[in-house]
Design a protein around this ligand. Structure first.
Ligand SMILES: *[C@@H]1O[C@H](CO)[C@@H](O)[C@H](O)[C@H]1NC(C)=O
Ligand SMILES: *[C@@H]1O[C@H](CO)[C@@H](O)[C@H](O)[C@H]1NC(C)=O
Length: 235
């Protein structure tokens, strides 16, 4: 999903690189600590689950607090007990009148569940999935509290909160590091020749640079019509 409601990709990269903190105790961890390995790295090197539990001696090591976390995304990097589980989790909110950029998760399928509010989702799974007219099928859902949708691994998807109130959600991922691919930003990371050829030559030269510069850094964009309907100032 959005990871952090209005965070930038740079902030996200930083958040996903947070150092792990709990103190190591076992023999293996003393050796690993001497080599300056993070707790997450030590857990990944452990030979057994038993060794992993020894590296997490405190019951409090097993709590992730979304209410105080700098970024409300629990991955194996900032929540070491996830090492070996194949899972990560996000709890967050989509502000009123906002939309997440079209994105994908390179290593995980996402289960997005609304806990409050209303969100519209759109998803294009992969090439070859077409509608009755043979065009790329866009799977659209309208979710209210208590409803869930699935974004298969690698599918392009976006979410819109069309209401004047915040929408709260949880999202589960079947990877310890689900990560995010920003479709437009990454596409325009290629050189002009590649971009021009990819778009059939209809945009070229200065226009490519204009588009490249115009793609916002933030993961969420505001929906203008909705803002005026709700009397909300631009953030
Ligand atoms: C266990 O957690 C407490 C509080 O977070 C901390 O003070 C203590 O040093 C921890 N103990 C170990 C062995 O990590
Ligand atoms: C949505 O989440 C925010 C921030 O966690 C919280 O303050 C608010 O009460 C939640 N709204 C609802 C309707 O659950």
């Amino acid at each position: 999903m959005l990871l952090n409601t209005l965070s930038t990709t740079a902030a996200l990269a930083l958040a996903l690189a947070l150092p792990a903190s709990a103190a190591p105790t076992s023999q293996i961890s003393k050796r690993a600590a001497a080599n300056d390995l993070s707790l997450t790295a030590q857990l990944k090197l452990a030979s057994t689950a038993t060794e992993r539990f020894a590296l997490l001696p405190n019951d409090s090591d097993f709590i992730f607090d979304f209410t105080t976390a700098q970024t409300p995304i629990a991955t194996s990097q900032n929540f070491p007990p996830l090492v070996g589980t194949g899972l990560s989790f996000n709890m967050g909110s989509l502000p009123a009148c906002s939309m997440s950029f079209v994105h994908l998760h390179p290593r995980a399928t996402e289960l997005l569940t609304l806990t409050s509010g209303h969100v519209l989702t759109e998803m294009i799974p992969e090439a070859g999935v077409v509608d009755a007219e043979g065009k790329a099928r866009v799977i659209k859902t309208s979710l209210t509290a208590g409803q869930m949708t699935v974004f298969p691994q690698g599918s392009f998807h976006t979410q819109v909160n069309p209401e004047c109130e915040v929408a709260n959600f949880t999202a589960a991922f079947n990877s310890e590091e689900f990560a995010v691919g920003m479709v437009a930003r990454q596409m325009f990371g290629f050189g002009d020749d590649v971009v021009a050829a990819s778009f059939g030559g209809v945009i070229a030269g200065e226009d490519i640079e204009k588009v490249r510069q115009a793609i916002p850094e933030s993961l969420a964009i505001e929906v203008e019509g909705c803002l005026s309907k709700c009397g909300i100032e631009k953030r």
